[in-house]
Write a protein that binds this ligand. Structure first.
Ligand SMILES: [Zn+2]
Ligand SMILES: [Zn+2]
Length: 285
């Protein structure tokens, strides 16, 4: 356990139960307590369904959220996270999620961030007519453990109504019927509710991410002793096993500090020192 933050309290900027995923790591690894501000409406900072657009980049949004919690509570330490779900950045037709989590320390004036790509999120949607059988979709998304959102598929001019947090068959059926009635094409859009407390798979991803974030916080800079020293980038060009030329694989990690300009390089964690010839830019251009 790192003593830097032992006994300190951090506010978790959430109203979606994320403290359940975040709190345990901060407690066991750093000896911290977490608390949730009362009446903290994170939806004002942007919603998944896009009724309220997020401002700036994902990183801007998550830091703004953490700072809002600091302003409201007067605590100097805060944790916030943001998720973004859509097509996988590298693999077509696969859904993926990017989760970003930050720890803001206003006393030291630092922001420590960590991110994670969720390769197997429960994130999907379907459109249907009133009364249509969507049981295959429901099985696929793990309903009712994972809740759903229903809204008119083609809302027309009226502002669409989003029925959120649907986790019973009855509520879903009623929301589907009223959404179909309000849609110009008579269809409903049913999608997974990605708010953390509605999506246990996302909650697991946040738990994993919190574990990584506390490790980064616990690591101090060899130069200025600030917490939050860790990998900030990679250097490619792992030598080819055949000709020694640069390959497309990562040669070493670049570690950096959130407080000073100190940088270090570190050999690959897996101990690999050469690349197979097929990754070589000289032998296999
Ligand atoms: Zn080569
Ligand atoms: Zn430093």
């Amino acid at each position: 356990m790192s003593g830097l933050y032992a006994g300190r309290t951090a506010v978790v900027a959430t109203m979606h139960g994320k403290e359940k995923a975040i709190g345990p790591s901060f407690c066991s690894r750093l000896g911290m307590t977490t608390l949730v501000p009362e009446m903290f409406d994170t939806d004002l900072l942007g919603t998944f369904t896009g009724e309220i657009p997020r401002f700036g980049s994902m990183e801007d949004a998550v830091i703004a959220k953490a700072r809002a919690a600091i302003r409201i509570t007067g605590h100097a330490l805060s944790i916030a996270s943001e998720g973004s779900y859509g097509p996988h950045p590298q693999i077509p037709f696969i859904a993926a999620g990017i989760e970003l989590m930050v720890f803001v320390d206003d006393e030291r004036g630092i922001v420590i961030k960590e991110s994670l790509i969720d390769e197997a999120p429960v994130f999907a949607h379907v459109t249907a007519r009133d009364g249509e059988d969507i049981s295959a979709f429901l099985a696929q998304v793990g309903f009712p453990d994972h809740a759903l959102i229903a809204s008119p598929n083609k809302p027309g001019l009226i502002r669409p109504r989003f029925h959120k947090g649907l986790n019973t068959k009855g509520a879903l059926t009623a929301a589907m019927a009223s959404s179909c009635a309000e849609s110009t094409d008579g269809r409903v859009l049913v999608q997974t509710d990605m708010r953390a407390h509605m999506n246990p798979t996302r909650m697991q991803a946040l738990e994993k991410l919190a574990g990584r974030l506390v490790e980064r916080i616990a690591c101090t800079c060899p130069s200025c002793r600030s917490p939050g020293f860790g990998v900030v980038g990679v250097e490619k060009g792992l030598p080819c096993e055949y000709c020694g030329g640069p390959s497309v694989l990562v040669r070493q990690d670049i570690l950096g500090c959130v407080n000073c300009a100190h940088k270090e390089t570190r050999a690959r964690k897996d101990g690999m020192t050469t690349a197979e010839q097929r990754f070589c830019t000289e032998c296999n251009p």
